[in-house]
Design a protein around this ligand. Structure first.
Ligand SMILES: [Zn+2]
Length: 57
């Protein structure tokens, strides 16, 4: 399942399906940002998936 920029799927780690960049949402009220990867910013097509791995940080 993929999420778009601005969605609020809940706290946790999310991984960009294109560049593998990972962002962390600290609370359920945080919205997914644009991907920090320059290629994704140009493409405007960022999709986020729940990160498969579960490191603490
Ligand atoms: Zn990306």
């Amino acid at each position: 399942m993929a999420f778009n920029i601005g969605e609020k799927p809940g706290r946790g780690r999310y991984q960009c399906v294109f560049s593998d960049d990972v962002v962390t949402l600290e609370t359920d009220d945080d919205a997914l940002p644009a991907c920090p990867n320059t290629d994704c910013l140009i493409a405007h097509e960022t999709r986020w998936e729940k990160a498969k791995f579960s490191k603490n940080s």
